[in-house]
Design a protein. Structure first.
Length: 289
């Protein structure tokens, strides 16, 4: 099972004003870090504090290029950046012609968002960790098709399993055949990858849940059942893509090695999480990140 990495704002299809996106993201960061400020936010999106203040209050607008740059700084997906820039152009483009063109694009995006919301049903299974855990649990020879058994193995409530199984069937990730009035599930894919274009908030929720599970494991599982290590190192930032590539290759190799050997003897579902991030992002700046 593979989940792509990501960052910031909620799905943008529900916004009609780009300023509300910025306000909500600022509020989210302030909630996560009480020391975070408007000045820190302006630094992170490369807009001066006075200018950002004027934008948020509606006194000034953003240019198309500024919108593109901010979208990238916020870590939006390509689709989210497109929606954000169209919102900006529809309100702040200098010419009436450009604003009208942006309005037409915005109407089309809103029409397409109906399809997008159908995709969110699939994204929902990404946002809650137990959907993919169930898919992996089904690979065990000892798998029991009973929802109570599944809930007990994963340590979650039965209603969550009920909803997850219905969703996985609806998304055609598993199939359910009734045998003597009892459910018999079968995974339709051994390897499941989250679809591209998943809203940032969905992936962020998934990673947060997995890290919370890791914290519980750190306190509750004996060392014989876990392996937690950290490696801190100085690195040339120009090698980041090479580092990501090395991590991806390791994941693929590790997954193949662990899941293909003794396949008929697997009896547990484990999670491998790798966090690789900057410990010195401020370059000496005293503002909280």
């Amino acid at each position: 099972m593979k989940i792509p990495s990501t960052s910031p704002p909620e799905y943008l299809g529900d916004y009609s004003d780009y300023r509300e996106i910025l306000k909500d993201e600022l509020a989210r960061r302030c909630q996560s870090n009480p020391r975070y400020s408007l000045r820190a936010f302006s630094r992170d999106i490369s807009v001066s504090p006075p200018r950002l203040s004027e934008v948020l209050t509606g006194k000034k607008g953003l240019s198309h290029q500024a919108a593109l740059d901010i979208g990238k700084q916020l870590g939006l997906s390509s689709q989210e950046i497109q929606h954000f820039t169209v919102l900006v152009d529809a309100q702040s483009a200098r010419s009436a012609v450009a604003r009208n063109i942006a309005q037409s694009k915005l109407e089309q995006l809103r029409f397409n968002s109906k399809t997008r919301h159908l995709q969110l049903d699939a994204f929902h299974c990404v946002s809650d960790w137990y959907h993919f855990a169930i898919l992996q649990l089904m690979q065990l020879p000892s798998f029991c098709h009973d929802h109570v058994w599944i809930a007990k193995r994963l340590g979650i409530q039965v209603p969550l399993v009920d909803g997850a199984m219905e969703r996985l069937v609806r998304l055609k990730l598993i199939e359910n055949k009734k045998v003597k009035k009892k459910n018999k599930y079968r995974a339709l894919q051994e390897y499941t990858k989250a679809p591209d274009g998943v809203p940032s908030s969905v992936i962020r929720k998934f990673h947060r849940q997995v890290m919370e599970k890791a914290i519980l494991a750190l306190d509750q599982h004996p060392t014989s059942e876990r392996d937690f290590t950290n490696l801190m190192m100085p690195i040339d930032a120009s090698m980041l893509e090479e580092a990501r590539s090395a991590i991806r290759k390791f994941r693929t190799r590790f997954n193949k090695q662990m899941t293909t050997q003794n396949k008929n003897k697997v009896d547990q579902v484990y999670c491998l999480s790798i966090q690789f991030f900057n410990l010195t992002p401020n370059d000496g700046d005293q503002d909280a990140k």
